[in-house]
Design a protein around this ligand. Structure first.
Ligand SMILES: NC(=O)c1ccc[n+]([C@@H]2O[C@H](COP(=O)([O-])OP(=O)(O)OC[C@H]3O[C@@H](n4cnc5c(N)ncnc54)[C@H](O)[C@@H]3O)[C@@H](O)[C@H]2O)c1
Ligand SMILES: [Zn+2]
Length: 365
């Protein structure tokens, strides 16, 4: 097992990356919470086998263990689920010394983390990340959120976890599409800051798709290190640095919005968005024309889509959704564009016709 420390104004925390870590959860938490504290495990039915291991390990260390199940999918990130969890905590007599253990992907940790940040004005929570996306991204950095009817993640808080546990073994049961989609974010880390990781992915993509645990553990560690470093330097996204994590995302949010969040999952939209960003960078002369090709080959090898051709989307609809996206900066669209593999730049004021041209090149109508 390897650990990474994330700096936070609300208290630094560790990410544990390894294999077979779940049975040790109780021991780890007993060093952090007072003896006999109440722990609410928040999870989903898909995670039942892992829940059992974690719950037994916590009970063995004397914790009073409770479980709260969320529905599957983005619907769990709602105001009603937030209140349902807070009421459950209250009903079980949780005090401020108690804690939440979120066992799941980004949906579980976004909702459980938000509840942890507001219940009794804040209790501690631990992320046991069970999707590749959660391990490399959502479990780290303390962003919590629920969705409102006007859009995703419109309400939330910065509330860092007290610990993150990323066990590569649990990714074996992840559906293939979820794995590939998360690989979109993994490729993103290579492009924004780690040429060695990018080359490693090029070399090992078959092993990764076969879920070779040692290979997966390596990429989880590399990506976690990058995310940890970025959020340690720019915890509240005020210095522009955390913005580099949005590579591909300005386009991706436009694609997701235009498709009504149907037909493709986030990581797939990010893969297409990264292709659009790379094409835009090449078009503007910011990177070499070879970069989008190299990135495309890797994304295709990871079984990810690289254009919107088969999704039947209109360029104007994507543009409109991009303009609505909350990440636009004072009305202007902001793009993270690659200079070379491992180095990106933040660009504003790109003329809309130029952006539209890229959308059409990528198969929008
Ligand atoms: N807070 C952040 O910084 C941040 C960053 C990126 C994304 N997000 C959020 O994360 C969410 C997406 O998260 P996700 O991609 O992890 O999806 P998810 O949490 O919906 O999980 C995907 C599916 O896989 C199942 N699952 C999870 N782990 C499994 C396992 N080991 N084996 C079998 N099935 C498993 C889940 O039950 C679910 O059905 C979005 O809501 C997004 O907004 C948050
Ligand atoms: Zn993303």
């Amino acid at each position: 097992m390897k650990t990474i420390t994330v700096k936070s104004l609300k208290g630094s925390y560790k990410i544990c990356v390894g294999r077979g870590l779940l049975a040790g959860a109780g021991a780890r938490l007993s060093a952090m919470f007072p003896a006999g504290s109440r722990i609410m495990i928040v999870s989903q039915k898909n995670l039942a086998p892992y829940l059992k291991t974690i719950s037994a390990s916590l009970a063995k260390k004397g914790f009073k263990v409770h479980a709260h199940m969320l529905p599957d999918g983005e619907v769990a990130k709602s105001g009603s689920e937030l209140f349902r969890l807070c009421h459950a905590l209250l009903a079980q007599g949780f005090e401020r010394k108690g804690g939440i253990v979120a066992v799941g992907g980004g949906v579980v940790s976004d909702l459980a983390g938000f509840a942890a940040s507001v219940y009794l004005r804040g209790i501690r929570y631990v992320n046991v990340a069970t999707t590749l996306l959660a391990q490399v991204d959502s479990a780290i950095g303390g962003k919590t959120a629920i969705d409102l009817k006007d859009g995703k993640n419109l309400m939330g808080s910065f509330w860092p976890p007290a610990l993150v546990i990323s066990d590569a073994d649990v990714l074996r049961s992840l559906p293939q599409r979820e794995l590939s989609a998360s690989l979109g974010e993994v490729v993103k880390y290579g492009v924004i800051s780690d040429p060695a990781l990018f080359r490693f992915l090029e070399k090992n993509n078959k092993k990764i798709l076969r879920r070779d645990a040692a290979t997966i553990e390596k990429i989880v560690f590399a990506c976690s290190q990058i995310k940890a470093a970025v959020v340690s330097r720019d915890e509240f996204e005020t210095k522009g640095e955390r913005a580099i994590l949005n590579y591909g995302h300005t386009f991706a949010h436009g694609i997701e919005g235009a498709s009504g969040y149907k037909g493709l999952v986030h990581g797939e939209a990010v893969a297409i968005g990264m292709m659009m960003a790379a094409q835009l960078a090449a078009d503007l002369g910011i990177c070499s024309p070879e970069l989008p090709w190299r990135q495309m080959k890797l994304l295709v090898a990871m079984k990810l889509p690289v254009s919107v051709k088969k999704f039947n989307l209109k360029a104007d609809a994507i543009l409109k959704a991009m303009m609505k996206d909350k990440k636009k900066d004072q009305g202007a669209l902001r793009f993270v564009l690659p200079r070379r593999i491992g180095k990106v730049t933040l660009e504003k004021n790109i003329p809309l016709p130029r952006v539209r041209k890229i959308l059409c090149l990528a198969g929008a109508k």
